[in-house]
Design a protein around this ligand. Structure first.
Ligand SMILES: Cc1cc2nc3c(=O)[nH]c(=O)nc-3n(C[C@H](O)[C@H](O)[C@H](O)COP(=O)(O)OP(=O)(O)OC[C@H]3O[C@@H](n4cnc5c(N)ncnc54)[C@H](O)[C@@H]3O)c2cc1C
Length: 473
């Protein structure tokens, strides 16, 4: 089963080196495998155990943290895709773990179904997205893991098991946002909803007013987010609202038509990717112009409205590379955090090219979900690839630390097990389940050693040895 890894987007096969989408993490696995059946996943795990290697399943490499990096066995699941079973009456669909959200969205649409919510890209695999707590936006909706009903997992001893709320419920509770720490997810069973259309309204608005009216806008719209260029006065506000079957607009929603192909190309490819990418390159070559370029981007935001299938409206192509950190904070602390961030940005030694993104989610009960037990606002900060970011990310981290901010598991942060233990009431439960199903840490890597610790809860406390925070290799 050993092989030369196939190219999946960013993953460069040359020399067996693996690189993530942002290019800030590389790894050289000792061994690669590309299983195409569950039995082959089990055999690969057994082989790795016999060779004393640790195992990581790879998704699409879209985590900014080294969550998927391994020097042991890398499992490329890009040949393990597709829907296994679908009940169009209940909306319960089982999908192989290497399926991308893009492929899943199209396949579900063909069945008259959809994911209830998505993030802003669809390149991730379904297992990779769930494993790091990927989320979209919507005050009444949770992250993608809230849509999971069951998992097929291959455990450290190579045995295939299934778990759900009624079968091995603790394993299920841990696996919903499992960081790849419990086993190889072979299948994910999702509760989908009938296919729906979204009416999208995007407009530049004064950032002060958006922040002031944040709660009422979040309450009045199914999916609300805004992007704010840190030196500009305007935010791009996105309001996506669900249309009932047959595209009848809700009273507060203006229904429109799908964006024509040429306009889609112009808006998303030319303006948001090629145009913005060119500005970023100018800023990287002459950083003193960044605040002005940033204000220009803010002032150039345009209004658009269109209606389309939900899985097409949620996502946007992202071709300009960047690094990112994102924290989940209690909804009620959002204003204070943004106020501090707005004061901090002009004082940074290195200017910031990329916008700040703000989203919302409802509280959930998933052990390692960033929205566990509290209605949440997400604040994501970005920097163009190649520009200095550490001072910015450090300043942000110290601001969100004051309100018990929880970092996205797939986005850059410096927290270790000791700090994370204080943020997650069920942290020890997760570690206990992990110790039960993977006593030797077969599915560990350096990132998990840092965020979960190497020792078991019964050993010397929650924090294992510290490793370096995320950053360039
Ligand atoms: C441009 C861009 C936009 C993004 N937008 C959003 C967004 O809107 N919302 C959001 O929340 N996040 C967002 N992210 C972050 C992204 O969703 C997460 O980092 C996600 O985990 C990436 O999925 P992946 O398939 O690339 O997984 P990878 O990054 O390859 O892996 C993530 C983790 O999942 C594990 N894993 C993968 N497959 C399996 C499996 N079969 N079994 C067990 N473990 C497995 C890996 O070992 C690793 O620990 C974005 C990232 C980028 C680069």
């Amino acid at each position: 089963m050993h092989y030369s890894p196939r190219r999946r987007g960013h993953q460069a096969p040359a020399g067996g080196t693996w690189r993530n989408w942002a290019g800030n993490v590389t790894a050289t696995p000792a061994r690669w495998a590309a299983p195409r059946t569950e039995a082959e996943i089990s055999a690969a795990v057994d082989d790795a155990a016999a060779a004393g290697l640790r195992v990581r399943a790879l998704g699409s490499g879209h985590s900014f943290t080294p969550a998927a990096a391994t020097d042991g066995l890398a499992l490329d699941l890009s040949g393990w895709t597709g829907i296994v079973a679908a009940d169009t009456r209940t909306g319960v669909v089982t999908v192989r773990s290497g399926t991308t959200l893009r492929a899943l969205g199209a396949a579900l649409d063909g069945l008259g179904l959809a994911m209830a919510n998505l993030g802003d890209i669809d390149a991730q695999t379904v297992a990779g997205a769930l494993s790091t707590g990927t989320h979209g936006t919507g005050a009444r909706l949770g992250g993608l893991a809230t849509q999971a009903e069951a998992f097929g997992l291959v455990l450290a001893d190579g045995s295939p098991v299934t778990c759900s709320a009624s079968e091995r419920p603790e394993l299920f509770a841990a696996a919903r946002v499992g960081l790849g720490a419990l086993g190889v997810i072979s299948t994910v069973t999702l509760r989908c909803v009938p296919a729906f259309a979204l009416a999208a309204e995007e407009s530049p608005e004064l950032v002060d007013e958006v922040i002031e009216r944040f709660d009422s806008i979040a309450a009045a719209n199914d999916h609300f987010e805004f992007y704010w260029f840190p030196y500009g006065r305007y935010a791009l506000v996105k309001r996506n609202n669900r249309l009932s079957p047959g595209h009848t607009a809700a009273p507060n929603v203006r229904a429109s038509r799908p964006m024509p192909g040429w306009r889609r190309f112009w808006e998303f490819e030319v303006m948001e990717n090629a145009g913005f990418g060119a500005l970023c390159r100018v800023g990287r070559a002459a950083p003193r112009f960044i605040p002005a370029l940033n204000r220009f981007s803010s002032a150039a935001l345009s209004t658009r409205s269109y209606t389309d299938s939900s899985y097409r409206v949620f996502v946007t192509p992202r071709r300009v590379r960047f690094v990112e950190s994102e924290y989940a904070v209690p909804r009620e602390s959002l204003r204070d955090v943004l106020a501090e961030l707005r004061q901090a940005v002009p004082r940074l030694a290195d200017p910031v090219m990329f916008p700040v993104e703000v989203r919302v989610a409802a509280a959930d009960d998933i052990w390692l979900s960033t929205a566990y037990g509290r209605d949440t606002a997400y604040i994501a900060i970005h920097q163009y690839t190649g520009l200095p970011y550490q001072g910015y990310f450090d300043a942000f981290e110290s601001i969100v630390a004051q309100v018990a901010g929880r970092p996205h598991w797939g986005k850059m942060h410096s927290l270790d097990a000791e700090r994370l233990h204080a943020l997650y009431p069920r942290f020890d439960d997760f570690r206990r389940v992990r110790a039960e199903v993977d006593p030797e840490g077969r599915f560990g890597n350096a990132y998990l050693d840092r965020v979960l610790g190497r020792s078991l809860p019964s050993d010397d406390g929650p924090a294992g040895p510290r490793t370096a925070p995320d950053g360039p290799p």
